[in-house]
Design a protein around this ligand. Structure first.
Ligand code: AP5
Length: 215
């Protein structure tokens, strides 16, 4: 069974690779960023709270995020594996995840870290466009859609995320360095961490598939 955490700084390509892996292995994609953006779109109380943090680049408080993931991971569709993207992001989140997954017998067996140099992250994030409808990521230079401004997959409009600007990105990178990077050591000590560095999308995907198909 594949119970995966996908880690990496903002713009590393977590969402891009996640979409390929979940289709290949038929497991649910649990992206806390996507869950928050969905709540923001729907204008729910969670969305209003999340927007006040996300749009400026700050992390949403742990209690809110942990509660959301607990509820999601306990659903039946996670019984045969899952892919967590963007969670955990702090040590308290990782500790809560460990307790929960033990309780429900769905312990993490792969932590994949996509390591990417900072200069590359800035150009990826500032050039990213996402589909308003299905969330598929594109890039104005690296990953162009067939028709300008239109999603190849669902025909939705391509837009820029409110937190995809240099100012918010600096705050996101600082949060990553201070709060999320220590998790690499946390998972390395458990023998779960596999790091892949600075690769193109085309190079990285087969390497991830090779790792996961070995299980
Ligand atoms: P989240 O949505 O998780 O954002 P993130 O971690 O900042 O990651 P991104 O979605 O920006 O990047 P990605 O790594 O998925 O890259 P992508 O594949 O799109 O979180 C957003 C916010 O929600 C957080 O800031 C926080 O406020 C809140 N939040 C979420 N989870 C939380 C948690 N656990 N706790 C607290 N708060 C939380 O690729 C980026 C671009 O590069 C695209 O344009 C893509 O086409 C291109 N690209 C991808 N791969 C490559 C490649 N190999 N080569 C060249 N270009 C590439």
């Amino acid at each position: 069974m594949l119970n995966i955490i996908l880690m990496g700084p903002p713009g590393a390509g977590k969402g891009t690779q996640a979409k390929i892996l979940i289709a290949k292995f038929n497991i649910p994609h649990i992206s806390t960023g996507d869950m928050f953006r969905e709540a923001i779109k729907e204008g729910t109380p969670l969305g209003k709270l999340a927007a006040s943090y996300i749009n400026d680049g700050h992390l949403v408080p742990d209690d809110v995020t942990i509660g959301l993931v607990k509820e999601r991971l306990s659903k039946d569709d996670c019984a045969n594996g899952y892919l967590l993207d963007g969670f955990p992001r702090t040590i308290p989140q990782a500790e809560a995840l460990e307790v929960l997954t033990k309780e429900i017998g769905r312990e993490v067996n792969y932590v994949i870290n996509i390591d990417t140099p900072k200069e590359e992250l800035v150009s990826r994030i500032c050039g990213r466009r996402v589909c308003k409808k299905c969330g598929a990521p594109y890039h104005i230079v690296n990953v162009k859609p067939k028709v300008d401004g239109v999603c190849d997959i669902c025909g939705g409009e391509l837009v820029q995320r409110p937190d995809d600007n240099e100012e918010a990105l600096n705050i996101r990178l600082e949060a990553y360095t201070k709060q999320t990077k220590p998790l690499l050591d946390f998972y390395a000590k458990k023998g779960l961490l596999k790091t892949f560095s600075g690769k193109s999308r085309e190079e990285l995907t087969p390497q991830l598939l090779e790792l996961l198909e070995g299980k």
